[in-house]
Design a protein around this ligand. Structure first.
Ligand SMILES: [Zn+2]
Ligand SMILES: [Zn+2]
Length: 339
């Protein structure tokens, strides 16, 4: 079968023939129909994030079941499914608490084991969620990034009186905008830079009341203006770069929350004095649980979260080089590959 294989550390990847996955008794084999390129696939394909080699990446996907293991119940050949990336052991304290994303033996499809940049992928049956007949494969492939934004919003205490700021209008940020809107926040503000002009326009289409271009205006001063000096109740960081925590501390009101979805690869400065004196609540969330994945699939199926405006490019899988170049150029939002 055709697959994108990351064979060794460093730059470069191969688009080549790879072995069809062997079926195991608790697993299913899925014919991949749509698979999104995620922000985390960038460093994996570029070779700056280490993974077990060789690896077929790809974890935002949907497709049709073509084979079912002997012990699998409730799924059959032909079912249209989207699988959750998170595979917990099921037995540790975190798994028992329903926080399998914190499992000590966590396995993630496309990161620790072969994923969906391939014609076929094997996943445990337990992580598959059936899609309605009217749900598209592209919608199914979009549940993963929605759920990453959702776990952060779900853990918040956003109310109808709240002014909420989303940093970073990438796919996760634009889903955060929609999810915060659904929570009924009073005002949603999205912050980007010059390079994000199109993305900020899209943020407004998807529910942001105000957008701020941090390249030309000071986001803290703009938030002060918008709130009449009261400042923000909640800042969701969907960027993960130094500078954002400092700005967040300055735009939050007393008792506000700084919620981190973006993955930090360097250590930012945070004014803990302000955290103490103003009782700022700081928390982060990583990925999502199967429950949250299912809740997000419902949101998409009910039309409450829109994915289509975020999908800017489609490529056949064999054109991964071209797709990766588009991704590196940042002239895109979500790219969907079709094996
Ligand atoms: Zn992803
Ligand atoms: Zn576990």
């Amino acid at each position: 079968m055709l697959a994108v294989v990351k064979e060794k550390p460093g730059p470069g990847f191969a688009v080549k023939d790879a072995p069809y996955p062997a079926l195991r008794e608790d697993d299913v084999i899925i014919k991949v129909r749509s698979v999104g390129i995620c922000g985390t696939d960038g460093p994996i394909l570029a070779g700056t994030r280490e993974v077990p080699y060789p690896l077929i990446p790809g974890h935002e996907f949907a497709g049709d079941i073509v084979e079912v293991g002997s012990r699998v119940k409730g799924l059959k050949e032909g079912d249209r499914v989207t699988p959750c990336i998170v595979i917990g052991c099921g037995d540790c304290d975190m798994c028992i608490e329903g926080k399998e994303v914190l499992c000590d033996h966590l396995i993630e499809t496309g990161i620790h084991v072969d994923g969906a940049f391939a014609e076929y992928v094997r996943v445990p049956a337990k992580v598959c969620r059936k899609m309605q007949d009217t749900t598209t494969y592209d919608q199914g492939a979009s549940v993963d990034p929605i759920a990453s934004a959702y776990r952060t919003v779900k853990a918040s205490s956003i109310t109808s009186k709240d002014v909420c700021v989303v940093y970073g209008p990438g796919p996760i940020g634009l889903y955060a905008v929609q999810l915060i809107r659904l929570r009924g926040a009073k005002t949603v503000i999205c912050v980007g830079t010059d390079a994000d002009a199109k993305r900020l326009a899209l943020a407004e289409e998807l529910g942001a009341d105000v957008t701020i271009n941090a390249s030309v205006e000071d986001p803290v001063e703009r938030v002060r203006e918008i709130t009449g000096g009261k400042m923000a109740d909640y800042v969701q960081d969907c960027v993960g770069v130094p500078g954002v925590p400092e700005a967040a501390m300055n735009m939050l009101k007393k008792g506000g929350s700084y919620a981190v979805t973006g993955l930090y690869h360097s250590v930012p400065q945070v004014d803990l004095g302000k955290v103490v004196r103003s009782e700022i609540n700081i928390y982060g969330t990583i990925c999502y649980t199967r429950r949250e994945f299912e809740e997000c699939l419902h949101l998409v199926e009910e039309g409450r979260v829109k994915v289509e405006p975020l999908i800017t490019h489609h490529f056949p899988l064999r054109e991964m080089e071209e797709a990766f170049a588009v991704m590196q150029s940042k002239q895109c939002m979500k790219i969907i590959m079709h094996p």
